[in-house]
Design a protein around this ligand. Sequence first.
Ligand code: SF4
Length: 566
Amino acid sequence: MRRHPELVVSLFLDKLRALQSDAAGRRWVFVPYDQLSDATGPLARQDPRTLGIVLVENPWKATRRPYHKQKLALILTNLRHFALEQAARGVAVRHVVAQGPYRTALEPLVSEFGPMRMMSPAEHELQTDLTPLVQGGDLELLPHEGWLTTAEQFRDGAGSDPPWRMDAFYRHVRRTTGVLMAQGKPVGGKFSFDRENRLSWKGEPPAPEPPTFPVDPIKAEVGRLVEKRFSNHPGRMDLHAVPGTAADADTLWSWARRECLPTFGPYEDAMSVRSRNLFHTRISSLVNIGRLLPRQVVSDVLDADIPLPSKEGFVRQVLGWREFVRHVHRVTDGFRDLPTGRPPIAKIPGDGGYNRWKGRPWAARSLWNDPDGGAQPSSLGGQTPLPPAFWGEASGLNCVDCIIDDVWTEGYSHHITRLMVLCNLATLLDVSPRDLTDWFWAAYTDAYDWVVEPNVLGMGTFAVGDIMTTKPYVSGAGYISRMSDYCENCDFDPQKNCPFTRLYWAFFVRHEGHLRDNPRLGIPIRSLQRRAMADRRHDVRVFSTVRDILFGGGRLTPDNLRDPAG
Ligand code: SF4
């Protein structure tokens, strides 16, 4: 393990040294990048004066994929502030910089400190990395106390075998925990207020502006490190938008409770060019690294005086969907173990289309060929690479271009934009689900394998078939137009010539055989069968033209998609 040149003179290390306690005689815990909390596991129970923690900064991990600079800044800032916060309460902190898998950083420390403990990793990639240490008795895995539900609750609620359904799991968890239940019945008479939560947003009530956060010297130093060491990574870095301390996490959560949650539910599915988040809380990037705990946010929301559809909508996301996807990822071994057999496995991590966009490969290949690059299921057969539009080349589709701009500006867009615009377009174009997953993993600050793979392979692209969702989530322009204001400033007209609608019908033309018997797709399949042959021919032409233009990095215009017959 080498020390980074940038760290030789480091304000962070100076501060850490100044706070350090005597490390002798401590019991050591490895705290990975996504467990930055002292309210769970040994850190919550053990006397800080007897506790040592190991924190690893890992350029090997950071360069495995073209991660957004904002994501690197978020993780590094929080990791360093967490180190200082723990040192300040008397915990001995060993901070190391790795140049390979995490086990290469921990092995020398095991020789020094003896066997270590950690809460079970959430990411499959980290689990695989650390398996040799666990099997050798050098690392003891403790239960991960950040989750809200158990394997038994998943099995009892969703079943032992697929298909698994979130609704069944969620209802079971509500019943067994008593959350939003009264006398055995769901509060408000039903388990879900999803149907009420589908308003579009016309500008009222005003969408709240997210808070900004101070750029303290620790964060500023991380910013310089990211710009120097990771200068080839994509995305804009805005340190004012990075919550980096425990106090910043509290600030964001207070803002979310006050400004977002009372109005969250009804506008949960709305999208707007005027607000990146609308009434979404934006806490996922902090929840997924442990800076905010699911149990805390759910408890706070249950105590909040807010309308029930908003309260239930938030609880369903955290206690329902977030837990559900983690269990599905766990029981399928990261989608390597599927009812249809073992899908192909990528030998190395994909770059999500970076190579195609930039015209040069992403980073030098690592000496380490493990962990692998993840499962590559594709139940609909999509194998086309992701178009450069996802990296910021203008597509001419205003909805897509606005959301992509949001993503490369801040590493964030809310879940409906992810599902109903970006995944929708990729699915309609038969893009490789793995390529899209790798792109989301790199581009979004809240993406880790256990959440991004279920969301993209499982839900967004239907790549694992119906094991966790009932149908592909595809739509034409009607849905986007109804739920957003993107179409108002688009060169295309959602009623007349928007390619999304043609792509939608061409999708069903290509996949009719596969999807014909799906009970949730009866309406579009019957409509397809009634669709005039001339329209069907033009649908297929539009699909080919859109695909050729976008994959060539070009911009679509109404002219180049005009129907020669009309
Ligand atoms: Fe998107 Fe079509 Fe609307 Fe343009 S018209 S914003 S491409 S849905």
